[in-house]
Design a binder for this molecule. Structure first.
Ligand code: PXG
Length: 459
């Protein structure tokens, strides 16, 4: 079948006829025609029409080692030939699952020594939220079940994850379970007004405290937050934010869940975002770069203080997935982590990120439509603005970002537009020459966008 459908047009037509895509307006997709991605290598994708496209997003924030690494393929193939599958439900385990858990415990922030496996970030979040509630039930406090999340937070697309996240369109389409509340994100550029970033960091954290006072700590199970909000626009909290959140959660006896699905495994120049910001999580969700996206796998890290209750007091925890601890995914993940370590990619993320931001700032810092260039390690954002001095947003939120994203694709670069914020997270293996190319393509696309919308920009 695969060999018989040869032209890009046929693939497009069949995709339109039979394939429903995630987060997609299908009518719009069918009018434009879907892009068929055929192969990929390093930081580049190749589509069926022969276009070469630089992937400035590492897939969906996940392909840290870049595409088509033979070591990862070999690790998976070897495990596939030995034990392609067995479950971990019925008092059984497999060596890759154990070896990976041991390795993860060795790189985890202090105290996070147990992991629970799933296939996706969404399953990891679902697991963390349920675990938080089971923890309080076990301790005789079943009424502690409310979860505090944040606007613009993204915690996946299961119903619990969508409810914990702060994406209003997802809430509207049945992602709004009871017992979830939301507070403002630490998004200084967009919401900080006249406050300094440090003042605003404290202000945003104290909104969590105010919410706890309003509801009562005796009803709240956990606070969940991404160290840096990725899908929400790479919102980097001011340095005052996370220490204050640590204090608030501790003082109010509320579990702290760090959703590290994007930040985990080196992207910020530390193994985890919690290391970078000094977050003290009770539960930590990870996925994506755990396998560089080559196979589905997630791991929820559980702190000793929670694990002790689960292991010694809960009895049976009625939770798990057919593929929890999948041996092939775990074998590949182990190789992936070993390569990230042996190639020094965690440290490299800091250094390459600094180079990338310095070059972006040299090329675009004075641009009338660029309000801010921010980033940590190899995750970052460029704020497009209608007025650089006042940090004013464009009238119809998201329109200018979409124009810019489309120019990027035309020019052979993938950057995501979140509202009018251009975000990037290239593979950690990106070379110096590729960083230069990224900057040239980003500048070209932003210049072209400016030509189109400059009547709306105050200079
Ligand atoms: N938590 C966070 C912080 C995420 O970023 C998930 C959970 C859910 O992971 P799964 O594997 O279930 O998708 C994510 C996923 C985007 C985009 O366009 C971001 C994600 C997924 C798809 C698209 O920015 N993040």
């Amino acid at each position: 079948m695969l060999d018989n459908i040869d032209s890009a047009m046929n693939w497009q037509a069949l995709d339109a006829a039979h394939h429903l895509h995630p987060f997609t307006d299908h009518k719009d997709l069918h009018e434009r025609g879907v892009k068929v991605i055929e192969r990929a290598e390093g930081v580049f994708l190749y589509d069926a029409k022969g276009n070469k496209i630089m992937d400035g997003m590492a897939g969906l924030w996940c392909v840290s080692l870049g595409y088509s690494r033979p070591e990862l393929v070999e690790a998976a193939a070897k495990q596939m030939a030995t034990l392609p599958y067995y479950n971990t439900f019925f008092k059984t385990t497999n060596k890759p699952a154990v070896a990976l858990a041991t390795k993860l415990a060795s790189i985890a922030p202090e105290g996070l020594k147990h992991v629970f496996y799933g296939c996706s970030g969404s399953e990891a979040v679902d697991t963390a939220l349920r675990t938080a509630r089971v923890y309080w039930q076990t301790l005789g406090k079943p009424e502690k079940k409310i979860i505090i999340g944040r606007e613009y937070g993204y915690h996946g697309s299961t119903t619990l994850g969508a409810s914990a996240g702060g994406m209003v369109d997802m809430h509207r389409q049945s992602g709004d379970m009871p017992n979830f509340v939301h507070v403002i994100p630490p998004y200084w550029y967009g919401k900080g007004g006249q406050m300094s970033p440090e003042e605003f960091g404290l202000y945003a954290a104290r909104q969590v405290e105010a919410k706890i006072k309003e509801i009562g700590a005796d009803k709240i199970a956990a606070f969940i937050g991404e160290p840096i909000q990725g899908a929400g626009g790479v919102l980097i909290p001011p340095s005052t934010y996370w220490p204050e959140i640590n204090r608030i959660c501790k003082e109010n006896d509320i579990l702290l869940i760090a959703d590290e699905v994007i930040c985990g495994y080196g992207r910020l120049g530390t193994w985890f975002g919690s290391d970078y910001f000094g977050i003290k999580p009770d539960l930590m969700t990870t996925a994506k770069a755990l396998t560089s996206g080559y196979l589905p796998l997630s791991a929820v890290f559980v702190h000793d203080r929670v694990a002790e209750v689960l292991v010694n007091e809960t009895g049976e925890y009625y939770h798990g997935f057919t593929y929890s601890g999948h041996p092939v995914s775990c074998a590949l993940a182990l190789k992936n982590i070993e390569l990230i370590e042996s190639e020094g990619l965690v440290q490299a993320a800091t250094q390459k990120g600094e180079v990338l931001r310095a070059k972006l700032t040299a090329a675009l810092g004075d641009h009338p439509m660029v309000g801010e260039i921010r980033g940590i390690g190899l995750i970052g954002a460029i704020e497009l603005t209608a007025d650089k001095r006042t940090r004013k947003f464009f009238e119809k939120n998201g329109r200018v970002g979409t124009i810019c994203r489309d120019f990027c694709i035309e020019n052979g670069l993938i950057m995501r537009a979140v509202r009018d914020t251009m975000v990037f997270s290239p593979p950690l293996i990106i070379s110096d020459a590729e960083i230069d190319e990224f900057v040239v393509l980003a500048k070209k696309s932003i210049d072209q966008t400016y030509e189109k919308v400059k009547d709306e920009v105050t200079v």
